[in-house]
Design a protein around this ligand. Structure first.
Ligand code: ATP
Length: 216
């Protein structure tokens, strides 16, 4: 992984300039996506947090609720709210069930994010998601920023934040695309390795995206 901010030359010419620029922000578990997203928010940039939105949609989107009830049974909901423990117990060690659940959640979240993007009034807007490539959401975005941190730091951070055993974190890591490969798919990479300053990297990207908006 190359250190510092990496600008890819590919895809840097948008095809359509009419709508606001839509940016994806991704990275592995504990890479610092939310931390970086919050810095963009302080600059006045709206951020869609895909995990939070998906959690909400599972309780509010009728079609999604119906699909979950149909495939995971009536015990999936208690008093109209998703029984997260019950669902987790089903998908925890069953890759196929997890993929099935994701096949309902991802399209609903992509649609919700697309609608949200259309409502934003800002130079650009960001969608923060761990599974941006895995879910297909990257296709609806103009540029993708990857947040990179080495694995040992990511594990340490998540152990501290979520009080999870290392085995559980490794299991989650193994379900995501390899980090180095993910970063190669991104147009820009912010390095959050606790050695390089993050804020200047965010400011530089903010500057680039605002300049693109002005030019359009
Ligand atoms: P997840 O995918 O698990 O939700 P994430 O990529 O959104 O994680 P964050 O929640 O932003 O990551 O960061 C993980 C933890 O590491 C948080 O507790 C955060 O405060 C901490 N952290 C992030 N970046 C740094 C940093 N540069 N220095 C110290 N701690 C950091």
């Amino acid at each position: 992984m190359q250190p510092l901010l990496y600008f890819s030359t590919i895809n840097f010419t948008r095809q359509t300039r009419t709508a606001m620029i839509r940016i994806g922000l991704t990275g592995g578990i504990g890479s610092g996506k939310s931390t970086v997203a919050k810095i963009f928010e302080t600059l006045g940039i709206p951020v869609y947090y895909a995990d939070d939105a998906a959690r909400k949609l599972m309780n509010t989107n009728d079609a999604l609720k119906q699909a979950i009830l149909e495939h995971f049974g009536k015990d999936s909901y208690k008093d109209g709210l998703l029984d997260r423990k019950y669902i987790a117990s089903i998908v925890f060690n069953d890759k196929e069930k997890l993929e099935l659940l994701n096949s309902f959640i991802h399209p609903a979240t992509i649609k919700d994010a697309d609608e949200w993007m259309l409502e934003q009034k800002a130079p650009y807007a960001i969608k923060e998601a761990a599974l941006l490539f895995e879910s297909g959401a990257s296709e609806n975005l103009d540029y993708i920023i990857g947040v990179y941190a080495p694995q040992h730091l990511r594990v340490q951070r998540v152990m501290k934040r979520d009080k999870l055993p290392v085995e559980e974190i490794m299991k989650r890591i193994s379900r995501q695309i390899d980090e180095e490969m993910k970063m190669k798919l991104c147009n820009f990479v912010i390095t959050n390795n606790e050695q390089q300053l993050v804020i200047p990297q965010v400011l530089e990207l903010d500057h680039r995206f605002r300049a693109l908006t002005c030019a359009s």
